[in-house]
Ligand binder design. Structure first.
Ligand code: NAX
Length: 325
């Protein structure tokens, strides 16, 4: 039997984790012969709910689940972890200003960044899902100066898989026939799902759909998909988010398919004129466990304007929390 790998999940009693934890324990991330230790972080008021989830995990008798540790202390949760899923965040409540949401979440991710810096494996892969994901990742990264910035990413994989699925449906093909879709920018309603380089069974996507549909239906559908799910089920996306978390991390470990890429929000290196250091969603390829921003794509004025709008929004978010750094 291999040595168990430590995986941290924050917000472990929340609804995304209710899907995610069971998939991790079933081996969906690291495969059928890799035992894992789950280190689950929650706030004290959610501990009872978390204990019930631990009971359910135990009841499954997963072969790969070596041990479960529950805690409200980030340093215990992140101790020597190779993978950290930062899912837990404060939801926006009725009447809460966006600036309050930003600063309350900033406090969480600052503390967690510091703890990761102190105790996580030096090769840890940290995936931030909790919103506002890009800015939360920015804060955690900046509070972890002893970890490489490349240890961090924020999740736009759910936007990416939504972008694939909507195009596949429009073209009447299975999702696997869609390649090179990309989502730029912020995980917010500003995000830009871009089809200019996408291919469907090898053909340029924009030669198969009309421009009107792309601009007036496709882009807004992806941007507002989360809101539509909330309207329909009364709660935000959970199983699809957990699936995207697994897909993001397996891609980060195993690499991208030849000729394709995925979208990940990663520290900008200045590509496409985006301010270096911002956590911005780019098309990336992955090899040997490292992501690489896809360079040199031709972008027209329409795309460049949307990239810029996302950059401006992320700079504004950063401005709102800068005093906390
Ligand atoms: P829930 O509200 O169901 O769960 C969040 C959990 O986090 C709660 O159990 C809460 O007690 C816990 N928590 C709060 N502060 C914490 C702290 N300091 N340390 C540890 N745990 C803490 O939310 P859920 O539906 O699971 O969503 C989690 C986050 O993912 C939200 O911020 C949500 O907006 C975000 N999402 C991000 C997506 C993305 O693509 N990046 C898509 C899905 C999702 O909307």
């Amino acid at each position: 039997m291999k040595t168990p790998v430590d995986i941290a999940v924050t917000g472990a009693a929340g609804q995304i984790s209710y899907s995610l934890l069971f998939r991790l324990a079933a081996g969906d991330l690291l495969g059928p012969d890799q035992p894992i230790v789950l280190r689950l972080l929650e706030i004290p008021s959610a501990m009872e709910a978390l204990k019930a989830i631990v009971m359910e995990l135990n009841d499954c008798a997963f072969h790969l689940l070596h041990k479960i540790i529950i805690t409200d202390n980030p340093k215990v949760a992140f101790d020597n972890v190779d993978y950290a899923f930062l899912v837990g965040a404060r939801p926006r409540t009725h009447g809460m200003l966006r600036s309050d949401l930003l600063s309350q979440n900033a406090e969480i991710f600052i503390v967690q960044g510091q703890a990761l810096n102190e105790v996580a494996s030096r090769d840890v892969k940290v995936l931030v899902t909790g919103n506002p994901a890009n800015t939360n990742a920015y804060l955690a990264l900046n509070k972890a100066p002893d970890l490489a910035p490349e240890c961090f990413a924020a999740m736009t994989m759910l936007d990416h898989t939504r972008a694939i699925s909507q195009l596949a449906e429009k073209c009447g093909v299975p999702s696997r026939d869609v390649k090179n879709v990309m989502v730029w920018g912020n995980h917010s309603c500003m995000q830009y799902p871009d089809l200019h380089h996408a291919r469907v069974k090898g053909q340029a996507a924009l030669s198969l759909v009309d421009d009107q549909w792309f601009v007036n239906e496709y882009i807004p559908t992806i941007q507002h998909r989360g809101t539509e799910v909330i309207k329909a089920r009364g709660q935000s996306s959970a199983a699809s988010a957990a699936n995207a978390i697994i897909r993001h991390m397996t891609t980060w470990i195993q690499g991208t398919e030849e000729g394709d890429w995925v979208s990940m929000a990663v520290p900008s290196d200045g590509s496409y004129g985006i301010e270096p250091g911002l956590i911005y969603s780019f098309p990336v390829t992955v090899s040997n466990g490292q992501y690489h921003i896809v360079k040199g794509l031709d972008l027209n004025a329409f795309s460049l304007e949307r990239l810029k709008q996302n950059e401006v929004e992320l700079i504004e978010e950063r401005q709102a929390v800068r005093h906390l750094l």
